[in-house]
Write a protein that binds this ligand. Structure first.
Ligand SMILES: [Fe+2]
Ligand SMILES: [Fe+2]
Length: 191
């Protein structure tokens, strides 16, 4: 496995979701470790969203989930597709990458459905709980099936994935806009 030294700090939009903190040099960081940390942050963010009381808490938690999930899914897609192109056993790996891609599209659809519901309503809470379940299922499938498959079927590239993922995730976050100028109530009325 190759070692990578990464000195980049990734900061998401909320006080709770710090994202992947790579400010300190991380040697031999593993791709699975980064994904687990992201998945854990997303589940925590959705718990906070469901427990939010004030508009500020709601906005912060929603921003964290929206930006975190979008950057995570996009970075995973890019990194895993690149790994697939280089894999010697591409045919065996392709179904796993395809299912991961399908899961990302489903997550993005569920997130869009949540963002377009009026916060605090029964429908909104149901959508937030459903997204929480989807994120958990996504995490289990990826951590227990996809990552081991990549490690087994593309060992020649696995060691490079952590650095690529951290870099791509940072790039995706830099392109996303927090919803700071928009009030949640106005957002709900607009949808
Ligand atoms: Fe994924
Ligand atoms: Fe993931």
């Amino acid at each position: 496995m190759q070692s990578r030294t990464i000195c980049i700090r990734v900061v998401a939009a909320t006080s709770h979701r710090g994202g992947i903190d790579t400010a300190r040099p991380l040697l031999m960081i593993d791709f699975l470790t980064l994904l687990r940390r992201d998945h854990h942050d997303l589940e925590l963010g959705l718990d906070e969203l469901l427990q939010a009381v004030t508009v500020q808490q709601l906005r912060g938690a929603l921003d964290g989930v929206r930006l975190g999930l979008t950057a995570h899914a996009e970075a995973e897609d890019i990194v895993l597709c690149a790994a697939l192109m280089k894999a010697q056993r591409r045919d065996a790996l392709e179904p796993h990458i395809g299912r991961a891609r399908d899961a990302h599209l489903a997550l993005e659809g569920s997130l869009a459905s949540l963002v377009c519901a009026r916060p605090g309503t029964p429908a909104w809470r149901e959508r937030a709980r459903f997204l929480r379940i989807m994120v958990h299922d996504h995490a289990c499938y990826e951590e227990e099936t996809v990552v081991p498959a990549v490690r087994e079927l593309a060992p020649e590239v696995y060691g490079t994935l952590a650095g690529q993922f951290a870099t791509e995730r940072l790039r995706q976050l830099a392109m996303l806009q927090p919803s700071a100028p928009i009030y949640i109530a106005e957002l709900a009325q607009a949808c």
